[in-house]
Design a protein around this ligand. Structure first.
Ligand code: ADP
Ligand code: MG
Length: 244
């Protein structure tokens, strides 16, 4: 039995009096693709933000590989370097080209020399199918291309796990396919991923596991087949029926 990449144990998160996460536990194995679904406001983004310590839990513990990242005194920047994060908004620097955006963290965070950073950034842009757009600025790219640049930027940090928070929700429908295809390719390369998404075709094809959250708890989890065809809970069935 291999040891998990990520272990979340009884995580709670409150904002003042508002309890958003009410005891979430989840374990992710290497190479696993977990698709996280649930109604708006159920705490999916909050959970991802707890995992990468953007918003640490108010209670509970999280391990990344064999390190407890919620322990006092942990170097949060070092933890975040091992966790790639892709958001709905791409957050690219508009004054930098695609290549410049991917190179930035390599130079600033990984302390690479410019030449080395340029080579790796080109490699990552090729990986997402954008080698020919390396010198374009964000304003010259489509939404799908911008999101693929954001994915290349995250990959450049050599993450051990990738977290995607509704990566295609801001895109026109005709542009979601190219982003999902890149994510499917990464899954095929063995990247461990947690993906918050309403793209149930992707969940069926790519997920090893679907996790359904509602009201700050995990209601049910299982293989796509179990979740779509014979969910145990009525709430799961109603939710999945309404989005597929
Ligand atoms: P989801 O991603 O599933 O739609 P979120 O995790 O974004 O849900 O939000 C869950 C709940 O937490 C919502 O009620 C939201 O308003 C609240 N929330 C999220 N972030 C904050 C914050 N920084 N301050 C206060 N409330 C927040
Ligand atoms: Mg969200």
């Amino acid at each position: 039995m291999t040891s998990p990449i990520l272990r979340i144990e009884d995580v709670h998160k409150s904002y003042g009096a508002l309890q958003v996460l009410k005891g979430v536990s989840l374990t992710v194995q290497p190479r696993e693709v977990v698709v996280l679904v649930g109604p708006s406001g159920s705490g999916k983004s909050t959970l991802l933000r707890c995992i990468n310590l953007l918003n640490p839990p108010t209670k509970g513990r999280i391990w990344l590989e064999d390190q407890e990242i919620t322990a006092p005194g942990v170097n949060q920047d070092r933890v975040r370097q091992r966790i790639g994060m892709v958001f709905q908004e791409f957050n690219l620097f508009t004054h930098l080209t695609a290549l410049g955006n991917v190179m930035l963290g390599l130079v600033k965070v990984r302390k690479m020399r410019k030449n080395e950073a340029r080579d790796l950034a080109m490699f990552e842009l090729e990986r997402v199918g954008l080698a020919d757009r390396a010198h374009y600025y964000p304003a010259q790219l489509s939404g799908g291309q911008k999101q693929r640049v954001a994915i290349a930027r995250a990959l450049g940090m050599d993450p051990h796990i990738m977290l995607f928070d509704e990566p295609t929700s801001a895109l026109d429908p005709e542009l979601t396919g190219e982003v999902l295809a890149v994510m499917q390719k990464l899954a095929g390369e063995g990247m461990t991923m947690i993906v918050v998404s309403h793209e149930m075709g992707f969940a069926r094809q790519v997920a090893n596991r679907v996790v359904f959250m509602e009201g700050g708890v995990v209601v049910e989890e299982g293989t796509p087949q179990q979740m779509f065809e014979q969910p145990v809970h009525e709430r799961t069935r109603v939710f999945l029926r309404n989005i597929t």
